[in-house]
Design a protein around this ligand. Structure first.
Ligand code: DQA
Length: 145
């Protein structure tokens, strides 16, 4: 079965408890369950991971090459300054879609910049957990071509 890798970055293990007015009340395991079912219903496997460590995220992006059809990536705060994650995205040929639960453009100015988005297929922000499902649909649509 083809796999979509879902990578959530730092502090996203705190979903449900962390600033629920901004990030919602669903936990990370609720999100993972939802995406696993969403992918299964479309004949795909969602390989969902989370880490608070930049190196893990870089290793997983490398690992996606040759084993996943696409990557859905929420790099958390690394979005705003990790050139190493940006370089990892550039180093693979698998499409990557960046997702943010919150509308980063309506928040503090440091969140308005994404160093990673310019090297992704696209970016979805501000739609909560639905954003991950939309990203998955876009990746699966790309697969058909
Ligand atoms: C986030 C937005 C980032 O600015 C923040 O650091 C996060 C979560 C989001 O999903 O809205 O950790 O990526």
């Amino acid at each position: 079965m083809e796999t979509i890798m879902v990578i959530n970055g730092p502090n996203l293990n705190r979903l449900g408890k962390r600033e629920p007015d901004i990030y919602g009340r669903e936990t990370l395991s609720d999100l993972h369950e939802r995406l696993i079912k969403f992918a299964e219903a479309r004949g795909y496997k969602a390989d969902c991971r989370q880490s608070n460590h930049e190196g893990d995220i870089i290793d997983w992006i490398h690992e996606a090459e040759g084993r996943s059809s696409g990557v859905i990536l929420n790099p958390g705060a690394f979005t705003h300054y990790s050139y190493a994650i940006r370089d990892a995205i550039v180093s693979i040929s698998v499409p990557v879609i960046e997702v943010h639960l919150s509308n980063v453009h309506a928040r503090e100015s440091f969140r308005h910049t994404s160093v990673t988005a310019p090297v992704t297929k696209g970016q979805i922000v501000g739609l909560g957990v639905i954003g991950y499902e939309l990203a998955m649909l876009a990746l699966l649509e790309g697969e058909k071509k």
